[in-house]
Write a protein that binds this ligand. Sequence first.
Ligand code: PGA
Length: 266
Amino acid sequence: MHGRGLVVGNWKMNGLVAFGQTLAEEVCAGVAERERAARLACDVVLCPPFTSLLAVGHSLRGSSIRLGGQNLSEQEKGSFTGEISAAMLRDVGCSHVIVGHSERRTLLGESDACIARKMVAALREGLRPIVCLGESLQERQAGHTLTVIQRQLSAILSPLPAEGEQRTNWTVAYEPVWAIGTGQHATNAQIQEVHAFIRGQLSDFLGAPIASRIQILYGGSVTPTHAATIFSLPDVDGGLIGGASLTAASFLAIMDAYPAPLSTAE
Ligand code: PGA
């Protein structure tokens, strides 16, 4: 079953303000053209570096494209030099925020518990967290992939409130660490296995109706060449795109690869 998809561009630490504005304007023009032709089957979010958020937000005015941060502080405010709060992200126009990207888990030592607190901080402010999960190469080779995913997922599921909008106002991104920025994406069987496992865990914890509404994105070396196959997998609801989101043509081609919902498919 494919509903409306979600394609997120994670620019990471790339580009100055002028670059971001130009890229956002090109993506906007491409999205508007597709919307006029009623051929965009996914929502789109851009996550530029913090320093470009305001300018990129201006470039996105009047467009359906949403703005997201790449990280946030778990703290609300105060003496946390260099940190950015959920309210600050809202203030510059963000609706989304990436939480627990593997680069932050591995390079900056973010733990499952820290990521859970960040997710809660985002939800409390009405931001939609895009929470990243994924195993390392050693973990996959040791046959521990699903155990790792289960551990990372249970850390973020347990602090969810017992009821209310916050239970559904978030997105999961499965990003095998070994596939990020390496040009080596996971095979279709590997992707579908983990996505179905995540869906099952969400269903056990939140119930099937909610689990079916939470989007599960795949990320890790998605390019226009492979996007259509990856997006055709039953439990893949879109993509978190790094390198290929840095040029409008490849990012737009990835959006084009998202299948039209069955009801409107010709
Ligand atoms: P990549 O990055 O598409 O360059 O592999 C994806 C990500 O890290 O979100």
